[in-house]
Design a protein around this ligand. Structure first.
Ligand SMILES: *Cc1c(COP(=O)(O)O)cnc(C)c1O
Length: 356
């Protein structure tokens, strides 16, 4: 592997950003990481000042959708040390998405070197506020300039970083969707691929017009079993069970989901991964047993749910009475700013072993 080349900006724009008021997704840091896939190997790995790409109109990613991404976050501890959370998990999933979309895998070592070095370089962009973070967006796109439905021979892998504040400051309202689907068995629901999100936009727009923030997706065969929500996995507390749908091929395998399952089990909660039907949720709500609903994902961390609509039934929840979700949120946030000791080895110092 060739050495990572770094070209720095002359003046960082970090000091011009108000970290108490950051619009999600709009502020990019000074630098980005770029690598090219040419002649069957990854090459030209470098960190450069953020700039536009020049792309041919025949770019295969635009026409036929070979485009995958990841989302991760860097935080800092009280001393300002930049921290990453389970970074290897993200390269494993990136490469699972790559295989499904017939794209080349990106080497794990190069991925980790890139993330560590870039975050180290951009450490002044990590907002100190709890719940805020430096969002890291690795992505890969096809780069061949030709029409024709076939796998591209060339690709670009890039990483951009963006300071972000809390994603959902308020509890969210969900609509259980019965007309459109997100993913079917054998499809691409497990891949973090661009088209999944494009396909969700129109149903999400209709839900918003009805006053709902997000769609709760149901399975494609029967519109019965709960899958997930937007860019979050979902958890239900029913009686003394904490239930989250099992990822059987249609649900994105969230790293936050996996983390929270483990944290809650350690705490002694009865966490169950299984199929969960919307009817079971309605019955639990009618009995008074539906105690909590929350979404989990890197961007939102934990989003509390205060309303779910299914057909003409509306179920209300009172997030001020939630216990499991706040425990999970405080524990993850505490691990990520090192106010809670990390016994799992999930939190790693960014760039401890690289120079930037
Ligand atoms: C990214 C994503 C999630 C959450 O995954 P994390 O690894 O926890 O960030 C859940 N669902 C979908 C559809 C996603 O794209």
């Amino acid at each position: 592997m060739n050495k990572l080349k770094i070209t720095k900006v002359e003046n960082s724009a970090a000091s011009s950003v108000d970290f108490n008021n950051i619009p999600f997704g709009k502020i990019f840091t000074d630098h980005m990481y770029v690598a090219d896939y040419i002649d069957g190997e990854w090459t030209n790995m470098e960190i450069v000042p953020l700039e536009n790409l020049s792309i041919h109109p025949g770019n295969l990613a635009w026409h036929y959708g070979q485009s995958i991404f990841e989302g991760m976050k860097a935080t800092r501890d009280a001393a300002g040390t930049p921290l990453l959370f389970r970074p290897e998990e993200h390269v494993y999933r990136l490469n699972a998405s790559a295989r499904r979309m017939c794209m080349p895998e990106f080497p794990k070592e190069a991925f980790l070197e890139a993330v560590h070095t870039l975050v180290r370089l951009e450490k002044d962009w990590i907002p100190p506020q709890e719940g805020s973070a430096l969002y890291i967006r690795p992505f890969m796109i096809a780069m061949d300039s030709a029409l024709g439905v076939r796998p591209s021979d060339t690709y670009k892998f890039m990483i951009c970083t963006l300071p972000v504040g809390p994603y959902y400051p308020k509890p969210v309202k969900l609509k259980a969707e019965e007309t459109y689907i997100r993913a079917a068995m054998g499809g691409v629901g497990e891949a973090k691929t661009a088209g999944n999100y494009a396909a969700s936009l129109y149903p999400a727009k209709l839900a918003k017009a009805e006053g709902y923030d997000q769609i709760m997706w149901l399975d494609a065969n029967e519109f019965k079993y709960i899958q997930e929500v937007g860019t979050m996995n979902i958890f239900f507390v029913i009686g003394d069970e904490v239930i989250t749908p099992i990822t059987e091929g249609t649900i994105l395998k969230g790293i936050t989901r996996k983390t929270i399952i483990e944290l809650l089990k350690d705490k002694g909660y009865n966490v169950v991964e299984r199929r969960l039907s919307i009817d079971e949720v309605v019955e639990a709500a009618d009995r008074g047993d539906l105690k909590e609903v929350f979404g989990t994902g890197t961007a939102a961390v934990i989003a509390l749910v205060d309303e779910i609509k299914y057909r003409d039934k509306v179920m209300y929840l009172d997030p001020s009475k939630f216990e499991v979700a706040p425990y999970a949120k405080n524990t993850i946030n505490g691990l990520r700013n090192r106010t809670i000791e990390d016994a799992k080895g999930w939190v790693v110092e960014a760039g401890a072993t690289v120079e930037a």
